[in-house]
Design a protein around this ligand. Structure first.
Ligand SMILES: *Cc1c(COP(=O)(O)O)cnc(C)c1O
Length: 472
């Protein structure tokens, strides 16, 4: 499989050639040259596979320049019941049968940091270590986090060879649980840096370091952000898994509802559908930051400024623009890189483009895309509703998915809502909804009393560079 850029300006590269990189040199995102199609016989064969077997079947189509035995070993090490809490890895629970068709939750958040990002990041840790050892080089991952991404990266990279993680977080602005989760890590290759500032200060510092190309190169600085292609493809797996769990034969369809921020998770659903997964609807669920809901309803893609971005009770979906969206638009425009490049020039110049009324825009609807957004009050109601109805406490992100999913259920088609985090991570909103805080899973009780290790630093670029230079 060869990889190209969504803006058409990159010589094709292999999977390992794009694995550690970020944006393509032309500013686009890396995508496979074609999306492989699977036939009915293959689907039938996959239906009987364990999660790890299925992950290998799918990944081997995309990662064909890694010896297959090595890939299989990495996948087997990643998707274990020990790491993800059950042999199913992403189990389904039925919330309701009902005339509107069955409604399921697919649990994506039973990994080490209790959010769905572990499913891709744990594999990425293996893949990165493998390639770095093979090429005898180091990677120093630099990132900024307000919670989920940073902790998922640290838990994936901890103890790995030829890798260090420098993670900036805003001092005192994460939840107690998230802080404890990150700062209690004692692995010598993990550096938590608490910045005296807000998340944007952290992000600005990361951008500033990354734009110092000489420093970046000398210190082997890289990232693990959500545009990494390997993360997307690892996420394709659980859409197949969820489909097989909710159906008995390949002539049945399902719909998925996906709490959406940077469009990584629902992009994986789109890829699964393009590969041949029988999908009726793909429901893009946003919170008050409704950039994507607006697009799927009108065709207008209008990015927001930081000041226009709302701080909500589903913070991992608080985005001003959706970094993976360009990959979807590339498919929507029949993979015409020149047109994608010109649309993103318009975004850079005017903050928006409009595909409303075009033939291409209507294609999104025929592919099953639907959308909606929720308010804080709706998420709180939804949490209460499913606690009362099904004795299940969902987190605010999943609640957003469930709230929007209700609009698109149809008889005879299971609706699977992606559960993207566990309620214990967002205890305050849960208390607001049901009057009590959920208990974290047993293995996490006492986390907050563990010794914490981090470096407090003012938002000072020179200090940060000196800190990194002294440790790389
Ligand atoms: C990251 C995240 C999301 C958004 O996922 P995208 O892939 O960015 O669309 C939703 N919910 C939770 C809990 C997350 O951590």
């Amino acid at each position: 499989m060869r990889y190209i850029s969504t803006r058409g300006g990159m010589e094709p590269l292999s999977f390992t050639g794009v694995l550690l990189g970020g944006l393509a040199p032309d500013g686009g995102l890396v995508v496979p040259e074609q999306i492989p199609r699977v036939d009915d016989a293959t689907l039938q064969q996959w239906r009987g596979q364990t999660y790890a077997e299925l992950a290998f079947s799918i990944l081997s189509l995309y990662c064909d320049d890694i010896p297959q035995d090595d890939l299989r070993a990495m996948v087997d090490r990643t998707y274990t019941a020990k790491t993800f809490g059950s042999p199913e890895i992403t189990p389904l629970t039925l919330l309701e049968e009902g005339p509107a068709g069955p409604l399921y939750l697919e649990h994506l958040s039973h990994g080490p940091t209790l959010a769905f990002k572990d499913l891709a990041m744990q594999l990425l840790g293996q893949l990165f270590e493998y390639v770095l050892l093979k090429e005898d080089r180091w990677l120093n991952v630099l990132g900024a986090t307000s919670g989920d991404t940073g902790s998922a990266a640290e838990y994936a990279m901890r103890g790995k060879r030829n890798m260090r993680v420098f993670m900036l977080s805003p001092d005192g602005r994460m939840s107690r649980f998230q802080r404890a989760q990150m700062y209690s890590l004692q692995d010598p290759n993990i550096f938590n840096i608490a910045i005296d500032g807000v998340f944007d200060d952290c992000q600005d510092m990361v951008k500033a370091v990354s734009s110092d190309l000489a420093f970046k190169q000398r210190r082997s600085i890289g990232t693990v952000n959500s545009i990494n292609w390997a993360r997307v493809v690892a996420q394709v797996v659980y859409y197949f898994k969820g489909y097989f769990a909710a159906t008995t034969a390949n002539d049945q369809q399902v719909s998925f509802a996906v709490p959406t921020g940077n469009f990584g998770n629902v992009l994986a659903a789109h890829i699964a559908r393009m590969m041949g997964l029988p999908v009726a609807k793909l429901v893009v669920a946003t919170n008050e930051n409704d950039v994507l809901d607006e697009f799927f309803k009108t065709g207008l893609y209008r990015v927001r400024s930081n000041a226009q971005t709302h701080e909500t009770s589903s913070p991992s979906m608080d985005i001003s623009k959706a970094s993976n969206f360009e990959r979807f638009v590339f498919d929507l425009l029949d993979r015409d890189g020149a047109r994608v490049a010109s649309l993103w020039q318009m975004v850079d110049a005017h903050g928006e483009f409009d595909l409303g009324g075009t033939r291409e825009f209507h294609r999104a609807e025929s592919w099953g895309f639907r959308s909606g957004s929720s308010s804080h009050a709706q998420r709180i109601d939804t949490i209460r509703h499913w606690r009362d109805k099904a004795s299940i406490v969902v987190d605010t992100h999943t609640a957003d998915g469930l709230a929007v999913a209700q609009q698109y259920r149809e008889a005879g088609v299971p609706m699977i809502c992606m559960q993207t985090a566990q309620a214990a991570k967002f205890a305050e909103s849960i208390r607001e909804a049901i009057g009590e805080e959920p208990l974290p899973p047993p293995a996490y009780r006492g986390l907050e009393s563990l010794v914490q290790r981090y470096t407090l630093m003012p938002a000072d670029l020179a200090l940060l560079k000196r800190f990194i230079a002294a440790r790389t």
